[in-house]
Design a protein around this ligand. Structure first.
Ligand code: ADP
Length: 293
């Protein structure tokens, strides 16, 4: 069982010829609304990848919240412990221009009320195989969730996104760190990803490399790059979420991490083949089919 403690947002995406300047109004083209937030996306990715995924988070009492809950539930995510917090859900207002450039405003809404882990939430975490967190909820909650995991023998996976520096109280609770190159640089404060620097902070690291695959390294142990699966890249949105969700599922099933990274690469590749975000997250059979290549 995988438990994801994290964010849920409604993504409101408007397309336009160009992005408006401050104070300006631009007449746009299409508009789409879709569930997002790294926590909800990775819980969905884990469920689609065949894991029993439990989502812990806070969703607003507004209409977006109803949709977010329903979509998670429909994707097979266990939402039995999700908090409903009075007020607005997390929202991301995204503007995209013709060249694909974007401007994004994230209003955390209910996500910022996900504080003070309850006893029930701590029990759910302690009773799981893997805890997966990101950094779109208050960092103290992430620390508390990791501590609850450690107390119950649950392995902790931190996808340190979006990029920020990490407090030592959090780093000391992480069993496996999953980062892209920018996140890696931000954590160690270096101009290039510094694997030795990361391994001084946590015992295991997966560094995702986009179309070049992913590198897995452990302290005093293996360090190997697993190449990506070659696919026609249509849209890389949510590739990191597909990768991380699948990785957590494979590790939770007791697979060797190198094997898990290869399978997660297949999940990431299957995701970039499709247009969209959470709707592009691959099923277990899609991942297996690609991984068999
Ligand atoms: P993020 O989106 O978080 O920056 P990456 O871009 O590193 O993450 O992508 C995450 C994973 O998705 C990669 O490690 C890889 O497995 C897969 N992936 C991303 N882009 C491609 C691509 N063009 N072809 C195949 N796989 C890809």
């Amino acid at each position: 069982r995988i438990v994801v403690a994290g964010s849920a947002n409604m993504d409101l995406v408007g397309l336009a010829e160009r992005l408006p300047l401050p104070g300006e109004t631009v007449l746009g083209d299409d508009f789409v609304m879709m569930p997002g937030g790294k926590g909800a996306n990775q819980a969905t990715a884990a469920a689609r990848a065949g894991g029993h995924a439990v989502f812990l988070g806070a969703i607003g009492s507004d209409a977006f919240g109803v949709t977010l809950n329903a979509r998670l539930n429909a994707a097979g995510v266990d939402v039995g412990h999700v908090r409903t917090s009075y007020g607005a859900s997390g929202v991301a207002v995204i503007m995209v221009d013709r060249a694909g450039e974007n401007s994004i405003l994230v209003s955390p809404g209910a996500n910022s009320s996900f504080t003070d882990l309850t006893e029930t939430e701590a029990k759910v975490i302690a009773g799981s195989d893997v805890l997966l967190c990101q950094l779109e909820i208050p960092v103290d909650t992430v620390i508390a969730a990791c501590r609850a995991a450690r107390a119950g023998g649950t392995r902790t996976v931190l996808n340190a996104a979006p990029a920020r520096e990490l407090p030592p109280e959090l780093l000391s609770e992480v069993d496996l760190l999953v980062v892209n190159e920018l996140e890696a640089q931000t954590i160690t404060g270096s101009a290039r990803p510094d694997m030795a620097g990361l391994l001084a902070l946590v015992p295991r690291v997966v560094l995702t490399l986009g179309g070049a695959g992913a590198r897995y390294a452990e302290r005093d142990g293996r360090d190997e790059t697993v190449p990506a699966f070659r696919v026609e890249a249509t849209d890389t949105t949510a590739a990191g979420d597909a990768f991380t969700g699948a990785l957590a599922v494979a590790w939770g099933e007791g697979r060797d991490l190198m094997d898990a990274v290869r399978w997660a690469n297949a999940a990431g590749a299957a995701c970039v083949r499709k247009l969209g975000a959470s709707n592009a997250l691959p099923s277990r059979s899609e991942i297996d089919a690609l991984a068999a290549n």
